[in-house]
Design a protein around this ligand. Structure first.
Ligand code: ATP
Length: 384
């Protein structure tokens, strides 16, 4: 089991990056486990989620994301551990009594009811006055910009619009927390991007805590204030998107979130200019930033993101790290080019260059002999 701290970092994610430790959590998950027969889906997991936060659970298929969400909603009971809401144990509270709502991937709209009736459905069951229901439905339709379609049925609107109605319906009871299980899985890429921005906007307007489950790391990075990375029922890192990308706690997280280059090796000298990292197999020495608080003997990997690497024909006498190699593949994406460079290691190095000038960007081709370079401070040393 890995020890976790909710790191304090200042970045674009604002308040949630900085001061989560000093705030009272809305939800406190204390050492919960969930087993299905002999299989442990969630293993001694602890996490705090705060008011007004947009939290994303990210991880490979089968790591336990949905199981965790279902326990928050009350559809599953933890085998052990506690879930507290505002300090009160929720484990014995049934789903409908929790101030938490869940929006399902399938949206689960009633096909025979109009959109406004769909939104009103849960409110009627609360015995709310007719006028109040009417105004709440209107407010929700306006929130998701679907006023014009109020009298249509789910079969008469598009997939993206159904998604909005499902959102409106799940927010109508004004839950303290909304759980979203892969809410955009059925949308195409462009609509998905638009919907992500709308979702952030709505969450911001309402101030409701959102917890989203996704296996799309770009989606998690876009919408969330903080991301929890899960693996085999454990939470392996909880941090802001920036911290997750630039400071992954392990090789596993680094490789799961975005593309990266992980070099295996060891620190062979501690110099003032940085630590000297010797690559296994090619016996090349690179300069790497010091990893404070960690004995140099524990270092196993050097992690460098492809966009931190440059490709050039020539070697220059500067402080960068250089590796010589041959381009074996080029992926030209228009805005970016990704070069796969064989430097004599098990895997080619990935270097990504922005095509920032229309006519004067230098392009490289398969077979070109090049230097891949990066600044020492753009590398990250890892112990696991
Ligand atoms: N009711 C159940 N009975 C037995 N095993 C289950 C049950 N529900 C989930 N599991 C198992 O628990 C593990 C975690 O499942 P879960 O649905 O939480 O994963 P996930 O991370 O949400 O995956 P995906 O991204 O594919 O939806 C899986 O191995 C799954 O097979």
């Amino acid at each position: 089991m890995l020890a976790l701290t909710e790191k304090s970092v200042i970045n674009s994610a604002g308040q949630f990056g900085r001061d989560t430790e000093s705030r009272t959590p809305l939800i406190e998950i204390r050492g919960i486990s969930k087993s299905f027969h002999s299989f442990t889906a969630i293993n001694d997991l602890s996490l705090n989620i705060y008011e007004k936060e947009f939290f994303a659970l990210l991880g490979p298929s089968g790591c336990g994301k949905s199981t965790l969400l279902r326990m928050l909603a009350g559809f599953e009971t933890p085998t052990s551990g506690q879930i507290l809401l505002n300090g009160e144990n929720m484990v014995s509270i049934p789903p409908e009594k929790r101030p938490i709502n869940m929006m399902f991937q399938s949206y689960a709209l009633f096909p025979h009811l109009t959109l406004e009736q769909n939104i009103a459905f849960g409110l009627k069951r609360l015995n709310m006055a007719k006028d109040e229901i009417h105004s709440r439905v209107a407010e929700m339709l306006s929130l998701v910009q679907m006023e014009k379609f109020a009298r249509r049925k789910p079969g008469q609107i598009s997939g993206g619009q159904r998604q909005r109605i499902a959102l409106a319906r799940s927010l109508a009871r004004r839950p303290k927390m909304l759980l979203l299980d892969e809410p955009m899985a059925a949308l195409d890429k462009k609509l998905r991007r638009e919907t992500q921005l709308e979702l952030m906007d709505i969450q911001h307007q309402l101030g409701t805590t959102f917890v989203i489950v996704t296996h799309d790391q770009e989606e998690a990075m876009t919408v969330a204030n903080r991301i929890g990375i899960m693996d085999h029922g454990h939470l392996v890192q909880v941090s802001t998107p920036l911290e997750t990308y630039e400071n992954p706690v392990s090789r596993h997280v680094a490789e799961f979130v975005g593309d990266t280059n992980v070099f295996c090796g060891h620190v062979n000298a501690v110099k003032e200019s940085g630590w000297q990292f010797c690559l296994d197999k090619v016996d090349t020495v690179l300069v790497a930033p010091e990893l404070t608080g960690v004995p140099s003997g524990n270092i196993k990997y050097l992690n460098v993101r492809p966009e931190k690497m440059a490709v050039s024909r020539d070697y220059e006498e500067d402080s960068s790290n250089y590796l010589k190699g041959t381009i074996i593949d080029v992926a030209y994406l228009g805005n970016l080019s990704t070069y796969y460079v064989d430097v004599g290691l098990d895997k080619p190095v990935l270097a990504q260059m922005t095509n920032s000038q229309r006519l004067h960007t230098e392009h490289f081709a398969e077979g070109d002999v090049v230097w891949v370079s990066w600044y020492p401070q753009d590398g990250q040393l890892l112990v696991r």
